[in-house]
Design a protein around this ligand. Structure first.
Ligand SMILES: *[C@@H]1O[C@H](CO)[C@@H](O)[C@H](O)[C@H]1NC(C)=O
Ligand SMILES: *[C@@H]1O[C@H](CO)[C@@H](O)[C@H](O)[C@H]1NC(C)=O
Ligand SMILES: *[C@@H]1O[C@H](CO)[C@@H](O)[C@H](O)[C@H]1NC(C)=O
Ligand SMILES: [Zn+2]
Length: 429
């Protein structure tokens, strides 16, 4: 083949350019299957389960080791179209996949470095059934819910429900799409995530709910990692073409710097971002990426340009803070060790995964860490944390526990129990 022909062949391969239009669910599946088939070295396609009507919820994982977790490589995710009629996120995430793959094939530094340091999971539609029902209107909510008419962003277990007046949702009323996401969070230990919506232009962060307890400060429901969340939201809004200006949509309220505490905007019970943060120790934002829920097709290239830099800058933030492993007295990685940072009492303390790993997103500064595990002495260490995103890696630090001498160990506190417990605590508190 002459080089001209080769050039034409490469250029005209269908997967090389992704059209700016709304792909239906079948087309999205087809696109993901093609990307997976032609990029086996950096992609892995899997389903987290079916929707109510039996459409698979496909996730494409991208990374230099796409099939499984690698110790030291944090897991990131983007989820779009949880509300079936909020559709720009679908388009953005498909374009993002295309950009990553093309960038990697062209050996562009940004793509190679991100895929070498991060495993990125992309779920373009969490509510394919809702999308099928949706109207192309900017404001209306036709298609928002799933096939059973349930708003998926009100259907997760809620940390604040049950404690006071708000009733906890019965487990049997959990929708298929929500069960799929909960299962996904148990399968992978995600560190950072965002969930793309439409109808406003703002980056919103936990909490979305409150019991009117001490978390309620000046109308906001403030979580222990408020400083980190505020930073994460600003990374998105300031890298976006206009979100940081804060008043871009007609009739919308003013959002200083384009960010807001979720509860301060409006409270919801059973939301996905609080669930991620409280029960899966994954920091998740809710990104409202367009004033119009279903933007006209001819606006898609401009909307992609407005969001592209933000989408990439946000992924980079997974390298904030500290990461490493916890080892027991004999050098074996410890699962389920509690790794806490002084001044941040998370409702469910963050725990090590099955490889004994922990990841803790923190802004640069000095932090006191406490590591606890049955049968071992409580370990306290002060760490000076630099800014990781520039290095494509959080600071690395391992914790070495020391056993409490055998005579004082109670029978149930056996030191080597790496396999005996699950990575995540039970969500039914
Ligand atoms: C993804 O590609 C691999 C390698 O070609 C293939 O074995 C696998 O079945 C594909 N997965 C899906 C879901 O198409
Ligand atoms: C990936 O990162 C590792 C260490 O961080 C480095 O040694 C390796 O060269 C990188 N690979 C690529 C393809 O950049
Ligand atoms: C964990 O399980 C694996 C395989 O099931 C086993 O080889 C290993 O010894 C176990 N580790 C501990 C600490 O029990
Ligand atoms: Zn929404």
């Amino acid at each position: 083949m002459s080089s001209l022909l080769l050039f034409l062949f490469l250029f005209l391969t269908p997967s090389s350019t992704l059209e700016f239009r709304y792909h239906n669910n079948r087309e999205i599946q087809q696109y993901l299957v093609e990307i997976n088939a032609s990029n086996p070295d950096i992609s892995h396609l899997y389903s987290i389960g079916p929707s109510v009507r039996g459409q698979e919820l496909w996730v494409l994982a991208l990374g230099l080791s796409p099939h499984r977790h690698t110790v030291g490589i944090p897991e990131f995710k983007y989820v779009a179209n949880m509300h079936g009629n909020e559709v720009l996120g679908r388009v953005l995430l498909l374009q993002l996949i295309d950009d990553f793959v093309r960038g990697y094939r062209n050996k562009e530094d940004w793509s190679v470095k991100l895929l070498n340091s991060t495993r990125i999971h992309i779920l373009p539609t969490m509510n394919p059934d809702g999308f099928d029902e949706s109207d192309t209107n900017c404001l209306f909510s036709q298609g928002r819910a799933n096939y059973n008419g349930v708003d998926l962003n009100r259907n997760f277990p809620d940390a604040f429900a049950g404690l006071r007046k708000q009733p906890q949702l019965d487990e049997s009323r959990r929708e298929a799409e929500v069960r799929a996401v909960i299962g996904w969070l148990r399968m992978e230990s995600f560190v950072l995530s965002a969930n793309l919506h439409g109808g406003a232009l703002v980056a919103s962060y936990p909490y979305d709910n409150s019991n009117g307890g001490s978390e309620l400060v000046g109308g906001a429901s403030v979580c222990p990692d408020d400083d980190v969340f505020n930073h994460l939201a600003k990374v998105y809004s300031h890298n976006h073409a206009s979100m940081h200006r804060g008043d871009q949509c007609r009739d919308s309220r003013l959002f200083p710097e384009g960010v807001t505490n979720g509860y301060l905007w409006y409270s919801i019970s059973g939301g996905m971002q609080d669930y991620n943060y409280v029960w899966a120790q994954c920091l998740e934002l809710t990104l409202e990426v367009s004033c119009c829920k279903f933007p006209p097709q001819n606006q898609l290239p401009a909307l992609w340009t407005e969001n592209r830099k933000s989408l990439l800058a946000f992924i980079m933030q997974i390298h904030l803070g500290v990461k490493g492993r916890v080892f027991d007295g004999s050098g074996v990685p410890v699962q389920n060790a509690v790794v806490e940072v002084k001044g941040r009492s998370n409702m469910c303390p963050f725990r090590t995964d099955k490889h004994g790993e922990y990841y803790r997103l923190l802004l640069p500064g000095e932090y006191v860490f406490t590591v606890t595990h049955p049968g071992h002495k409580v370990l306290t260490e002060t760490l000076n944390v630099p800014h990781g995103p520039d290095q494509y890696s959080a600071m690395k630090h391992d914790f070495m526990l020391r056993r409490i001498p055998a005579t004082t160990v109670s029978p149930q506190a056996n030191p080597t129990e790496a396999n005996s417990t699950e990575a995540n605590p039970d969500p039914q508190l």
